[in-house]
Write a protein that binds this ligand. Structure first.
Ligand SMILES: *[C@@H]1O[C@H](CO)[C@@H](O)[C@H](O)[C@H]1NC(C)=O
Ligand SMILES: *[C@@H]1O[C@H](CO)[C@@H](O)[C@H](O)[C@H]1NC(C)=O
Ligand SMILES: *[C@@H]1O[C@H](CO)[C@@H](O)[C@H](O)[C@H]1NC(C)=O
Ligand SMILES: *[C@@H]1O[C@H](CO)[C@@H](O)[C@H](O)[C@H]1NC(C)=O
Ligand SMILES: *[C@@H]1O[C@H](CO)[C@@H](O)[C@H](O)[C@H]1NC(C)=O
Ligand SMILES: *[C@@H]1O[C@H](CO)[C@@H](O)[C@H](O)[C@H]1NC(C)=O
Ligand SMILES: *[C@@H]1O[C@H](CO)[C@@H](O)[C@H](O)[C@H]1NC(C)=O
Ligand SMILES: *[C@@H]1O[C@H](CO)[C@@H](O)[C@H](O)[C@H]1NC(C)=O
Ligand SMILES: *[C@@H]1O[C@H](CO)[C@@H](O)[C@H](O)[C@H]1NC(C)=O
Ligand SMILES: *[C@@H]1O[C@H](CO)[C@@H](O)[C@H](O)[C@H]1NC(C)=O
Ligand SMILES: *[C@@H]1O[C@H](CO)[C@@H](O)[C@H](O)[C@H]1NC(C)=O
Length: 586
């Protein structure tokens, strides 16, 4: 979250900074990422991506401003990158871990991410960002706790539970990836299971282990729920229990009581649940939106809320939530999720001190998500452009060659559809320290979900049908919630505002995995001409090089292999891209 120059607030800000710096910690993690075929989450032999043997991966439990060091050992048989969904990587898109910012970590090698959870609190998750690997696992929860000095707008819960819910394919993610060349798979054939923390539904007669959370009567718990899936939005609820929504992706919301909550792909929420019913077991349900599936279906996630003295299984049938086809109800709920303006978040000053009530927009992007066949290949597009992933990360091209040979800035329209469907490296200028409005339109039949790296955005408007500028008079500019992932309903639009104070190369993508994999993304380049290193960070010392900047191969060594000689990168013929990358001392 950025900060305006109001001086009274600045004082609180500096005070907050001092408090924060005083006790920020370094957290060192070592992750061994491997394929495990023995987990069989849906009773089939299939590769599952594990971290230190775990599926889902381990929790990153940290606090505001901590430095996280994650040494990733790639023990899989293909290149790997992790991205940190919702972590803003302030001034440091070098650690964002998407194809436009980082060279992949090659099999048999390791690479250490180092990033700060600067000025953030809340619930997030990480996942592998390339090669369709998210459909194979590799995801896990991130909690950024408040600094001790900062008040949290609700009493400390008895315990916290991370609940990662997501759809899953019956087949290997590699199999599905290779099938993306076929229309049937690219455009239809959604995943057929819903997993809760990697486990199938309690209702499945074959299940031996379902997910269960043990609570004590009278206590209140915080559930941090994320949709880590690839395609399905779901409705979440707990039998006989109401939930109090308190947080989404790093923002405290006005507390609202809910019987059920829609969670779209890539989103995270915190809800408080008080165990105030008779000690028994109760169903926890995640059911797909826009689906007729019943509670016995494999695409219905069912787990258990277990009171510690209960001896009875859940009674009756899993409760029904919002009508899965009534999208107006879902929109109404989304509009009810508001920012709590008076509470502090990462800092003591109120969240609402920096707000959109009276901003002047510098730019408006109107981005339409759609699909197109190009040269017979089924693809997804933004404004009729399907993103073509270059061998060379955009960020490296910027650093060493001002982008040349890799992409052409502002080549494609950001406020209208290209006349023809084409493939291209879509990079648009975002004006540094300007306010941008991004109108996201969805031509598809499914609920889309968009994410912007590097920023939180203000979700100012939702509407059905086509968007036009007059509709902005109906926006909520008073207390829109700030988050990083927002849903866009079929044949509808969503509008967000963001303040582009974080220079870097930032991915703007559909969170739906097929759509992303097949081109529904672009990058927003926010450039700060000031070379002061206190602005954007220089590349890390362990920067990986690849594509056009791949270092020349080391001369063959007949004896024991020696590490590559450090050398300055030299530009190479861009046509000779290759998928390898090597570490070079900076
Ligand atoms: C997470 O960190 C907080 C603050 O250090 C600590 O109180 C809590 O017990 C930790 N939780 C887990 C699950 O490690
Ligand atoms: C790889 O891991 C070793 C420790 O095992 C560490 O010293 C080294 O810095 C790591 N390499 C990178 C590029 O992070
Ligand atoms: C349970 O497993 C059996 C044998 O593998 C299979 O035939 C059946 O379809 C499974 N049932 C469900 C509901 O998945
Ligand atoms: C907003 O936050 C304040 C300060 O923490 C809290 O007292 C208040 O209950 C919250 N308001 C709502 C509607 O949740
Ligand atoms: C689910 O299956 C059980 C047992 O087979 C059956 O009693 C129940 O009616 C089914 N529920 C639904 C919603 O179909
Ligand atoms: C639950 O059982 C434990 C002992 O097993 C007992 O100490 C506790 O009071 C019981 N709690 C309730 C709410 O009945
Ligand atoms: C929004 O910010 C302005 C300062 O830019 C401040 O005067 C106003 O009170 C804030 N609005 C809210 C609702 O906090
Ligand atoms: C809002 O903007 C207008 C024009 O840009 C300005 O005249 C007015 O003072 C602003 N109001 C606040 C509360 O900042
Ligand atoms: C770098 O590229 C930008 C945008 O394409 C251009 O405006 C600028 O002049 C270039 N700078 C240099 C040093 O070539
Ligand atoms: C798109 O932007 C161009 C240049 O700024 C402008 O002339 C045009 O009217 C805009 N089109 C739409 C649909 O907003
Ligand atoms: C996208 O491109 C196709 C041709 O490739 C064209 O028929 C279609 O009209 C374009 N869509 C828009 C919205 O311009």
């Amino acid at each position: 979250m950025a900060f305006s120059g109001v001086s009274v607030i600045k004082f609180a800000y500096i005070l907050g900074m001092l408090m924060a710096i005083a006790n920020a910690e370094d957290i060192f993690l070592e992750w061994h990422v491997a394929i495990d075929t023995s987990i069989r989450p849906v009773f089939a032999d299939q590769p599952v991506i594990t971290i230190n043997g775990m599926f889902p991966g381990p929790l990153i439990n940290c606090s505001t401003d901590d430095m996280i060091h994650v040494n990733v050992f790639n023990k899989m048989d293909e290149p790997l990158l992790f991205t940190w969904n919702g972590i803003q990587q302030r001034l440091n898109s070098w650690q964002d871990g998407v194809s436009g910012t980082n060279c992949p970590i090659q099999p048999g090698t390791n690479w250490t991410y180092v990033f700060q959870t600067k000025d953030q609190i809340g619930s997030f998750f990480y996942f592998p960002s390339i090669n369709f690997q998210k459909a194979g696992g590799g995801f896990g929860p991130i909690r950024i706790n408040n600094r001790i000095a900062i008040n949290v707008p609700f009493p400390k819960p008895e315990a916290e539970f991370d609940l990662l819910i997501g759809d899953w394919y019956q087949e290997s993610y590699k199999e599905i990836r290779s099938k993306m060349k076929k229309m049937q798979w690219a455009y239809f054939s959604p995943p057929d299971w819903m997993l809760m923390n990697g486990k199938v539904s309690l209702m499945n007669p074959n299940t031996t282990e379902h997910e269960s959370f043990t609570v004590t009567k009278g206590k209140t718990y915080r559930f941090r729920i994320s949709n880590v899936g690839t395609a399905w939005s779901f409705n979440f609820r707990i039998q006989n229990h109401r939930m109090v929504l308190v947080e989404t992706e790093g923002s405290y919301t006005n507390k609202i009581k809910l019987d059920s909550l829609d969670v779209h792909v890539g989103q995270s929420y915190s809800v408080l649940v008080t165990a105030d019913k008779n000690p028994a077991d109760y169903y926890i349900v995640a059911s797909p939106k826009l689906s007729h599936a019943d509670a016995n279906s494999s695409i219905y996630g069912v787990a258990v809320l277990h009171y510690d003295n209960s001896t009875t299984p859940p009674i009756g049938i899993p409760p029904k939530g919002l009508d899965p086809f009534n999208l107006q109800l879902s929109i109404d709920q989304a509009k009810d999720i508001r920012w709590n303006l008076t509470t502090g978040a990462a800092r003591p000053n109120p969240q609402g001190t920096f707000n959109v009530t009276n901003v002047t927009l510098s730019q408006t992007f109107i981005l339409q998500g759609s699909s197109a066949r190009i040269d017979r290949a089924p693809l997804y597009t933004v404004n009729n452009v399907s993103y073509l992933t270059p061998e060379t990360p955009l960020k490296l091209a910027d650093q060493f060659a001002n982008g040349s040979g890799v992409y052409e800035l502002d080549k494609f329209p950001v406020n209208a559809s290209n006349i023809d469907a084409i493939r291209g490296v879509f990079v648009a200028t975002g004006i540094h320290r300007g306010w941008i409005e991004i109108v996201l339109k969805n031509e598809l039949e499914v609920i889309d979900s968009w994410h912007l790296d590097g920023f939180g955005f203000y979700t100012v408007g939702y509407g059905i049908g086509d968007w036009n500028p007059q509709l902005s008079s109906r926006y909520n500019l008073y207390d829109p919630v700030v988050r990083s992932t927002v849903q866009v309903y079929p044949r509808a639009w969503t509008s967000v505002y963001a303040y582009l104070d974080n220079p870097g190369m930032w991915n703007l993508r559909s969170q739906l995995l097929k759509n992303w994999h097949l081109g529904q993304e672009l990058y927003v380049r926010v450039y700060d001409a000031d070379p002061n290193p206190n602005k954007e960070r220089p590349p890390p010392e362990n920067l990986l090089l690849c594509g056009n900047f791949e270092p020349p191969p080391a001369p063959p060594t007949p004896s024991a292999p020696s590490p590559p000689t450090p050398s300055a990168p030299s530009p190479k013929d861009p046509s000779k891209g290759s998928a390898t990358s090597q570490q070079v001392a900076w």
